[in-house]
Design a protein around this ligand. Sequence first.
Ligand code: ADP
Ligand code: MG
Length: 250
Amino acid sequence: MEIAEQKNRVSLEGMVTLENVSRVYKMGDHNIQALKDINLSLETGKLIIVLGPSGSGKTTLLNVLGAIDKCDGIIKIGNLEITRLNKKQLTKYRRQKCGFIFQFFNLLPVFNALENVEYALELASKLSRKEVTNRATEYLRKVGLYEKRFHFPSQLSGGEQQRVAAARAMAKNPELLLCDEPTGELSVKEGKQVLTAIQNIVKERSDVMTVLVTHNQKIAQIGDVVIRLRSGEVDSIEEQIPIPAEQLSW
Ligand code: ADP
Ligand code: MG
């Protein structure tokens, strides 16, 4: 009972809301409306899937949530209205509150796995050098890469690189974990390991809201909530019982 109440309290405080969010790209003399009047209310502690075909606005939605892209309308992360922040505040928001996992890993090639995670932590926190190393090591262990922590990206498989990216995104304790087609470049086997790592992280952290973008209906089964996008609009929002990623095949 106590646990349920506690969870509920965290969810309410951590609610992410979007009000009339639109994004129009101006291309010469014509406009592309990537997002049209999106209204959403999302809870922390959940794995939220954004599902839609190519061009439906999934990446744009993720990027406006992470303040990588601008938009019209209002986005609130708890009490923080990110659509009102200035440039400096936005940088702080991105660094401290958002963890990103992109399709193409985006690791720094001259840093080993541990250094990649440490570097992101140094930017996001005021931890001491030793604390940074300890935390980075702990997260690499969580994603099953402790033994390979001194390997460079070129010495890791795609799936391993993506698990480093997951450790990097999570080590800084973000409020939002934003994943854009994280298995797009991976084999099914490697993809499942990455999704399992993400699912485990979500289970551990009821104060984080995870949004995972995919065009794959099968992968959508791992989410607690599925938001379907079509031509920049929300088509449907459904809650479901998530399936463990290791049981999937696609
Ligand atoms: P998805 O991730 O679902 O494939 P996107 O969010 O990338 O979709 O794109 C949605 C629409 O916005 C598409 O029509 C795309 O071509 C357009 N778009 C995305 N980014 C830009 C941009 N930077 N400039 C112009 N058009 C863009
Ligand atoms: Mg995309």
